[in-house]
Design a protein around this ligand. Structure first.
Ligand SMILES: C[S@@+](CC[C@H](N)C(=O)[O-])C[C@H]1O[C@@H](n2cnc3c(N)ncnc32)[C@H](O)[C@@H]1O
Length: 281
């Protein structure tokens, strides 16, 4: 198995970002929760063959491995060696033998067609550069009747992102972030266009108050990769404009402060669909 992948600049930036974060990634409070809920919704059963797309440190994959048991198999793929290292370390400590991790681009997988019972993608779908093409590829890898499940944030989620988008628009910049999957209808339409049926989108309302300082730290600037967009659209701005945009971002956040802090919506969608069974053959 290769530990080297040839990635374009967009994907290399993502891989580097997550490799840098890999040692502390599992400390995040929402990623484990989301992965857990996605697996729970998928109702994985014993003996199934599961693909965990952009598995990261293997959170969803490891949970799925417990459901598929010794008769089943889980494969987790990711472009970040650092994240996969953490995933492999956890699996070794657990002694699981029904799970493997591969360094691979989720948009260029060469598994055989009709191979998996379940394909999962937790906290990562938005990073794909072509959401429709990715879904079509994953559809091919599923067995007829197989289940796809991805998680997405609502377009109202993360106050920092929402305010950054508003500020960017003033500069004529469209910052996509969670917009492509940001409503129930959009998740539904993406799955339908990918050829899936029996589509179910389960919204879960979450969120909490955060401090102004926490909200200000959500400014990602132009160095950070932007989901689905390369280069980061903010890189069109001069350094003076960027500084000004950041000041406007902070002023907008200050206007949102209440006695409890700033409300940070974290509405989540768990989107599921099935590959149709072809009754004609
Ligand atoms: C926020 S993490 C999610 C990890 C894990 N699924 C979870 O639930 O915690 C996003 C992950 O997507 C991976 N990723 C992004 N684009 C990818 C691609 N095209 N192919 C494979 N992995 C990708 C990143 O390397 C990173 O590990």
């Amino acid at each position: 198995m290769s530990d080297q992948l040839i990635l374009n600049e967009y994907k290399q930036q993502i891989a580097d970002l997550y490799s840098r974060r890999s040692q502390t990634y599992d400390d995040s409070d929402w990623h484990p929760r989301i992965a857990h809920r996605l697996v729970e919704h998928a109702r994985i059963s014993s003996g199934q063959h599961v693909l965990d797309i952009a598995t990261g440190t293997g959170m969803a994959a490891i949970e799925a491995a417990q459901f598929v048991g010794s008769e089943g198999r889980v494969v987790g793929v990711d472009i970040s060696n650092g994240m996969l290292e953490q995933a492999r370390r956890k699996v070794e400590a657990l002694g699981f033998r029904n799970i493997e991790f591969q360094l691979a681009d989720a948009e260029a997988l060469d598994f055989p067609e009709n191979n998996f019972d379940v394909v999962l993608c937790s906290s990562a779908f938005i990073w794909m550069s072509d959401l429709n093409a990715a879904l079509r590829l994953w559809h091919r890898l599923l067995k007829p009747g197989g289940l796809i499940g991805f998680h997405a944030f609502a377009e109202t989620a993360f106050v920092g992102g929402v305010v950054a988008q508003k500020v960017a628009e003033k500069y004529g910049i469209s910052y996509a972030m969670s917009k492509p999957t940001g409503t129930i209808e959009k998740c539904h339409d993406l799955l339908a266009a990918g050829g899936f049926e029996a589509i179910e989108i389960n919204p879960e309302q979450d969120g909490g108050y955060i401090s102004l300082e926490q909200a200000k730290r959500m400014w990602a600037g132009s160095e950070h990769p932007a989901p689905g967009q390369f280069p980061n659209p903010l890189s069109q701005l001069s350094s003076e404009q960027l500084e000004q945009a950041k000041a406007e971002f902070e002023a907008e956040l200050e206007a949102l402060v209440t006695e409890q802090g700033i409300w940070n919506d974290v509405t989540i969608f768990f989107a599921f669909g099935r590959k149709p069974i072809d009754h004609s053959s």
